[in-house]
Design a protein. Sequence first.
Length: 227
Amino acid sequence: MLRLALVLAALATPAQAQQLGEVVSPILTLDREALFSGTLYGKRVNAELEAASNLLAAETRRIEAELEAEERALTEQRATLPAAEFRALADAFDDKVQALREERERTQDAAVRQIEAAQADFFNRIGPILGQLVRERGAVMILDRRAILLTAADVDITRAAIARIDAELGDGDGNLPGDDPAPVPAVPGAPVDTIPAPDAPLDTGTEPDADEGSGTTPGTEVAPDGE
C-alpha cells in the first residue's frame, strides 16, 4: 500500500516538473553528507561541536601540563624519600592518571552520542520535506548518491533539498533565514515520509577529542625507586 501510494502521488506531478524544466525520473539521488553539512541546521551543529571540541582539547592540554609538572616534582623527590613513601606517592599518581583517562573516555563517548543524536534528529525532521520534493519531481524514491555508479540524467536533488530545508527548518534552533517562503503543505492522504538516520556519524570534519601531543598522557606510570 505504501508503494502504491507513492506511485499515485508521483503520477500526479510529472507534468508540473517538466514545466519547471526539471528532469522527470522515478529515482532521485542525494548526497547525505553534503546535505547535512550544507544546510544551516548542519552548519550550526558542526559549529557547536567544533567549539566543544576546541574547549575539550584546551582542557586536555591543561591537564597534561599539570600531570607533567606533578610527575617531575615526584621524580625529584625520589632521592630524598624512603622507598615505601615514594611508592605510595607514585601509586597515588598512577591512580589519578587512570581516573583522568576514564573521565576523558566518558567525555569523548558523550561527544559521539551528541553527534549521533543531532544527526538522527536532523534526518527525522527532513523526511516530510524530502517527500514533498519527491512528489514535486514525479519520483518514487531517493537513493544515496554514493551508491550510484552512473546516471543518465541529472537527478541529484542535494542543492534543492538544502534550499528547501533551510527555508523550512532554518538552523534547527528556531532561527530562519529572512523572507522565507511558507512551508509547503503536505499532500492530503500522502504517506508519512521518513529517511533513516546514518548508521554511523557523518564526517563533520572535526574530532570530538583530539590529542595534541605532550610528554605525559593518561596512563603514564612513575616507576618506584629501584625499579
